[in-house]
Design a protein. Structure first.
Ligand SMILES: [Zn+2]
Length: 101
C-alpha cells in the first residue's frame, strides 16, 4: 500500500519543510476549516514547491493528509501523469481528494 505523501496529525508550523520524491515543499499557510463530510475541524495546508520541470515556485494546497502532491507548476502540470518514473502513482481507487478539488 502506498504511504500518503502528506500525513500530519495536526497543522505543522509554518516553514516546515517536507521532501517528496526529491522535491522540497515549504509550508507557507495553514488555514483552519471545518471538513464538510464529518464536521470535524481540520486544516488546509498551502505548500510552496519547485516545479519538477522548470524549477519555478508554485503553491499547492493539501489537507493534513494527502496521497500525493503536485510536482509541477500550473504550466507543466499534466494530471494523471507522474513527473518522474520514480513517482509512479498507482491508486487502487482514487477517492475525491481532501481538498475536494
Ligand atoms: Zn514548470
Amino acid at each position: 500500500m502506498r504511504k500518503p505523501e502528506i500525513a500530519f496529525a495536526s497543522a505543522p508550523l509554518l516553514g516546515t519543510r517536507v521532501e517528496i520524491d526529491g522535491l522540497t515543499y515549504e509550508l507557507v499557510r495553514a488555514d483552519p476549516y471545518i471538513r464538510v463530510s464529518d464536521g470535524r475541524p481540520t486544516y488546509v495546508l498551502t505548500w510552496r514547491g519547485c516545479c519538477a520541470r522548470c524549477g519555478g515556485s508554485f503553491d499547492v494546497k493539501t489537507g493534513l493528509r494527502a496521497q500525493t502532491i503536485n510536482k509541477r507548476c500550473r504550466t507543466h502540470r499534466a494530471p494523471g501523469r507522474p513527473a518522474t518514473a520514480a513517482a509512479k502513482i498507482r491508486w487502487a481507487r482514487p477517492k475525491s481528494g481532501p481538498t475536494g478539488r
